[in-house]
Design a protein around this ligand. Structure first.
Ligand code: F6R
Length: 325
């Protein structure tokens, strides 16, 4: 798949929002009160939806909402937790292990997948399946993953439903998806550099998303970190220099002290000779703003692949690694 084709898929994100809501509705996930909240089990492109959902909810979350990137849930998780097993392929061993472990713990489960072993087992055991459309790279299904997590959070009492907020974001995000200038400028700025992406509060998981998209699409080293934590350690490495570009992700919903920390971090990094890019979210709701930064990072990573002469789509290193395990 060419850079243009991958860009086309990324630009589909705003159109996927309504479809994602409809798919959750069609799965008829039962409303169940889960005092332990929601655990989203998955890895890679299938895990990030849990983190982003938590970021979008912010202080609207009423119960824990966590992402489990492992082979098992925490030992204390049980029947009071709704477990969303999220795997694009449905064949990821970590997610299948969590599906099994959650069943043994007596936890209510939901599967979010295109099919595979996960869908097969879920159908056999009467577990609701939220269908995700096939034929795209898992990481391009981020809208389905985040909306699946948000709607499951609502169904188990961990959060209010954000349907109206999600629907309202489609129009403004379409405008951003069509924009060329900012993603191209940032891709140029990151060419030949090692990006370190910082987020804080609602942008913390977005920083992780940027990092993983730069890894998988542009096939580049990239790192991420969060504020305030990075101010307590990584600052010491700024003086070491290197081909580093620090990307700071900003949002009006950040704690005022995090916003101050971003200001100072940018100044200190620039004084140490690092290149710095400050990037702000856009939009009038938390969903729109978080997804605006996700969309921008996705576009930047694909455009950077183009600049570096790399095919953004195949992730052969990951596939081959899975086969050797
Ligand atoms: C993203 C990607 C990986 C997968 C991960 C888990 O495009 O290729 O990050 O998401 O290897 O696989 P799935 O999503 O099939 O459970």
């Amino acid at each position: 798949m060419s850079v243009e084709e991958m860009l086309g898929i990324v630009r589909e994100l705003p159109h996927q929002l309504g479809d994602a809501l409809w798919r959750v509705e069609s799965a008829a996930v039962p409303r169940a009160d889960a005092p332990g909240g929601l655990a989203v089990c998955g890895v890679g492109g299938s895990a990030i939806g849990g983190d982003l959902a938590r970021a979008v909810l912010g202080d609207r979350a009423r119960r824990p909402l966590r992402t489990v990137r492992d082979y098992a849930l925490e030992p204390w998780a049980g029947a009071d937790t709704l477990v969303l097993c999220s795997s694009y392929s449905g064949n990821t061993e970590e997610t299948l292990a969590c599906y099994q472990a959650a069943g043994e713990a007596g936890a209510p489960r939901v599967a979010l997948t295109t099919g595979g072993e996960l869908a097969r087992r879920a159908r056999e055991e009467g577990v609701p399946v939220i269908g995700v459309p096939g034929g795209i790279p898992p990481r391009a299904a981020v809208a389905y993953m985040v909306i699946g997590a948000l709607e499951c959070a609502a169904s188990c009492g961990a959060a209010p439903s954000l349907r109206a907020e999600i629907e309202g974001a489609a129009g403004p995000l379409s405008g951003l998806a069509a924009g060329e200038e900012e993603p191209r400028r940032l891709a140029e700025a990151l060419r030949g550099r090692v990006p370190i992406v910082y987020g804080g509060g609602p942008t913390a998981p977005v920083a992780r998303r940027w990092k993983t998209q730069l890894n998988e699409n542009a096939k580049r080293h990239a790192f991420w970190s969060t504020l305030p934590e990075a101010n307590h350690n990584e600052l010491c490495a700024f003086a070491a220099g290197g081909d580093v570009t620090l990307v700071l992700l900003e949002d009006e919903g950040q704690h005022e002290r995090i916003r101050r920390r971003i200001e100072r971090t940018a100044e200190v990094a620039a004084e140490a000779g690092l290149a710095v890019e400050r990037v702000s979210s856009r939009g009038s709701t938390p969903f729109e703003r978080v997804m605006s930064l996700v969309l921008l990072g996705d576009l930047v990573s694909v455009l950077l692949a183009g600049l570096e002469g790399v095919d953004p789509t195949p992730v052969e290193a990951l596939e081959q690694f899975k086969r050797t395990l």
